[in-house]
Design a binder for this molecule. Structure first.
Ligand SMILES: Nc1nc2c(ncn2[C@@H]2O[C@H](COP(=O)(O)OP(=O)(O)O)[C@@H](O)[C@H]2O)c(=O)[nH]1
Ligand SMILES: [Mg+2]
Length: 268
C-alpha cells in the first residue's frame, strides 16, 4: 500500500488496457485506480474485466456524470488517502505520459527530498513530441501567464504527470479545489507551494496521443485563464492559506460535527 497511480478516463477504450498493462508490467508495486466518468464507449467495463488479471492491484471508481478531470482526481486523492497510500500519482490514460517515467517521479520524492514531483516538459531535458502548434501555444502561453500572475516557481504548471506525497494531499482541504482542467493542475501546485511544500520538476518527454480523442475544450481554456486570476486574487485578498489548508477545514468540521452540537446542547 505504497504507490497508487490515479488514471482519470473518459472514452479511452482504445488505450485503457495497454496503459494498465504498461504500469503493471513495471513490476514496481504500483496499484492503479481508474476514475471513469461513465464513459459511453465502455471503458469502465474493460477495467472491470481486468480485475481478475490484476487482483488487489487494480481499482475502479465509476462516477455517473462527466464531471471533469479535476474532480475525478479529487475523488481519487480522497480514495487513496483513505486507504493509506503514501505516493499518489496523476497520469493520463492516453500514453502522453510514459509509464516508464513513474519511477523517476517516485524517486524524486522518496530519495530526492521532494514533496511533489512534476513530470516537466519545460525544464532542461524535457520534450514534447508531435503536438499541434495550437497546443504548444496554449501550454507555453499558459505557463508564462501563470508565472506572471501567480509567481509560482514551476516551469510546467499545467503538467498532469505528478507524484504527490500523501502529506501534501492530506494538508490540503481538497474540497476547496474545484476546477476541472488546466486550472486544477495549476491550483494544486500553487496550493502545495503556498503551504510550504517542496516541488521538484523532473524532465519528461510528453507525446501527443496516438489513439482516441482529446477532451480539451474552450471551456477548459477559459477556466484556466480566469482560474489563475482567481487563485492569485484569493491568495492576496481572500485568506487562501486558511481556506486551502486542511487544518482549518478540520477545525471547522469539528466545530459543526454532530458530537460537538450534542455537547453544546448538553452544556446549555
Ligand atoms: N474521469 C474523467 N476523465 C477525463 C475527463 N476529461 C478528460 N479525462 C481524462 O483525462 C486525461 C487527459 O485528457 P485528454 O483528453 O487527453 O486531454 P489533453 O491531454 O489535454 O488533450 C485522459 O485520460 C482523459 O480520458 C473527465 O471529464 N472525466
Ligand atoms: Mg491527452
Amino acid at each position: 500500500m505504497n504507490k497508487i497511480v490515479i488514471i482519470p478516463t473518459y472514452n479511452e477504450k482504445e488505450n485503457i488496457s495497454s496503459i494498465l498493462d504498461a504500469v503493471f508490467s513495471l513490476n514496481q508495486g504500483y496499484h492503479v485506480l481508474v476514475v471513469d466518468d461513465n464513459s459511453p464507449d465502455g471503458t469502465g467495463a474493460i477495467v472491470s474485466n481486468l480485475f481478475s488479471k490484476y487482483p488487489g492491484q487494480l481499482f475502479l471508481e465509476e462516477r455517473i456524470c462527466k464531471c471533469g478531470l479535476g474532480t475525478a482526481y479529487i475523488h481519487g486523492f480522497k480514495w487513496s488517502l483513505n486507504r493509506g497510500y503514501q505516493y499518489i500519482f496523476e497520469m493520463d490514460a492516453d500514453f502522453s505520459h510514459n509509464p516508464n517515467d513513474l519511477e523517476r517521479l517516485y524517486l524524486a520524492c522518496k530519495e530526492g527530498g521532494a514533496d511533489v514531483a512534476v513530470g516537466s516538459r519545460y525544464v532542461e531535458g524535457g520534450k514534447i513530441l508531435n503536438w499541434p502548434l495550437d497546443r504548444h501555444l496554449y501550454s507555453r502561453g499558459g505557463a508564462i501567464y501563470t508565472k506572471l500572475i501567480t509567481w509560482l516557481p514551476v516551469k510546467d504548471p499545467t503538467a498532469g504527470f505528478v507524484c504527490y506525497t500523501s502529506k501534501v494531499l492530506d494538508s490540503i482541504n481538497l474540497d476547496e479545489i474545484n476546477f476541472i482542467g488546466y486550472a486544477f493542475q495549476i491550483a494544486m501546485k500553487f496550493t502545495a507551494w503556498k503551504l510550504g511544500f517542496k516541488i521538484k520538476e523532473v524532465p519528461i518527454t510528453f507525446q501527443d496521443r496516438l489513439i482516441g480523442v482529446s477532451k480539451m475544450s474552450g471551456k477548459i481554456l477559459k477556466e484556466g485563464m480566469f482560474g489563475v486570476l482567481k487563485i492569485q486574487w484569493q491568495s492576496l485578498f481572500g485568506n487562501y492559506h486558511k481556506r486551502v489548508s486542511s487544518n482549518s477545514a478540520k477545525i471547522i468540521e469539528a466545530k459543526f460535527s454532530p458530537e460537538k452540537k450534542m455537547i453544546a446542547k448538553v452544556i446549555k
